[in-house]
Design a protein around this ligand. Sequence first.
Ligand SMILES: Nc1nc2c(ncn2[C@@H]2O[C@H](COP(=O)(O)OP(=O)(O)OP(=O)(O)O)[C@@H](O)[C@H]2O)c(=O)[nH]1
Ligand SMILES: [Mg+2]
Length: 514
Amino acid sequence: MVREIIHLQVGQCGNQIGNVFWESICKDHQLSESGSLISDPETSKNKLRLQTEKMSVYFAESSDNKYVPRAIMLDTDPGPLEVVKAGRIGKMFNPDNYVAGASSVLGGYGRSYLTESSQIIEEYTEVLQKELEVKSQKKKKRVKTEKKRKGGEVQLCDSPQGFQVMHSLGGSTGSGLGTLLLEHLRNNYPTLVTSSFSVLPSQLIVETYHAILGLSQLIDHSHATFTIDNASLFNICKRTLKSSNPTYKDLNWITSLAMNGVTSSFRRVQNNNTKEEISLSQKKKKKKINYFYIVIAGDYRIPCKLNDDLHKMRLNLIPFPRLHFLLMSHYPFFKVDESKKVDTSVSTMTDYLWSSVSSLANIVPGDGKYLSDSFVIRGENVSMNIWDVFNMSSHMAEDFVNFIPNLIKITVIPLAPTYTPLNGTLLCNTTCIKNTFAALSSTFSQLFQRKTMLHRFTREGIDELQFSESHANVQSLISEYQDKQDVVVDLENELDAVDEENSIEQNNESDFYE
Ligand SMILES: Nc1nc2c(ncn2[C@@H]2O[C@H](COP(=O)(O)OP(=O)(O)OP(=O)(O)O)[C@@H](O)[C@H]2O)c(=O)[nH]1
Ligand SMILES: [Mg+2]
């Protein structure tokens, strides 16, 4: 059964990055600009299966064998949506799924959150309901007749798994409308997962206000948020694209590579090698490293359902519901025409991924502790020495909180990415994200104390209390991350105690039989 994801892109930033993301996954699935599958006689049956089997997660198949992105494009300002429409893949999207505000007159957060939103939410709810229509025998019949009648589109889901919202926290629309949508989705579809790709704000005054309001909403209404920091993207562009003055186009290209990696395990079939897993756990026992657990998926024999949807990702990576701000790292980043020059050895990749240089958030990993990690590696015939990864992970034991088992999960997708023979994406839940939020909180306090530019918000109906409450929510999140970082469990003693208990039980049993 297909578990569909509905993608929503909001505001200028959301629509620009969203557009590049769709271009990237269309290329990945060999789709043309009109949404047809590009057939290549040289593609093997197995490769074709890997490429298409889970395509319905992000695409609906139309009656004329075209693939239509399950995407809704929203903005209070119609301008950015016109750009998407006129873009290379603009015609692939369902034309009914562009939802714009009534006028192009720019307003602030209040307009996006309070005034304009009611009209947009009404329109978008209708679009969303169509996207989420679930297949039933009756509907299938109806669709068949509709197809005959007007060659119309088939926009039905098998069993939707959730949503991903792409937006910036600095923009008034991205933050205001973006998080309002998350709240709406969370309240109306409580069994589905709400996730977001959220671009952190710059240091501008109004962006700081937007971000505090938006972040508080994300804490309450998103199940999983992938954080993206433009400052970090800038550094990556300078270093790897050798661009002295990176543009949004460069930044978005980098982001699309990482987003492609993150979503590939939702879109791809994976396989599992049970033998490796068994021998690994036996060796672990000998080594007495009981709190490290690595799952390898890497053979073609037994299909494995690891991390293959939003629910499982949430289950594996988010041990505490509010601490759901994930960091993405990716390797390799490159200029399109220089993809052949990249070193794609597994060892180089793992070195890069666990350092700060490949992270899309501006963090220093050593400033915090990992709560969990998930590593997706893509490539045909990946000859990965799992013991190297295991040993490396063992060296990193100090970098993790030691009270959570099953820390690193590794997924191998046996299909090469578009440009390079191999790539890897790391998703981390780490407490060092609190430093980013603490910096934001400190800038906010300075501005709010003096009520700098606060009138722009109060005159549009945003109460000062909303700011104080949102800020308190963010501060509490920072403390929660700190608390988890500070916990130290004496694992050796705990394990010895368990061993002792077990041996007493065994002795008692043998006494009984004697
Ligand atoms: N990475 C990236 N960041 C962007 C892009 N466009 C805007 N931003 C960032 O997003 C923030 C501004 O948000 P926008 O998306 O432009 O604003 P909006 O959501 O349309 O809201 P309005 O203020 O109502 O226009 C700033 O921090 C920008 O640096 C983009 O294409 N890529
Ligand atoms: Mg805008």
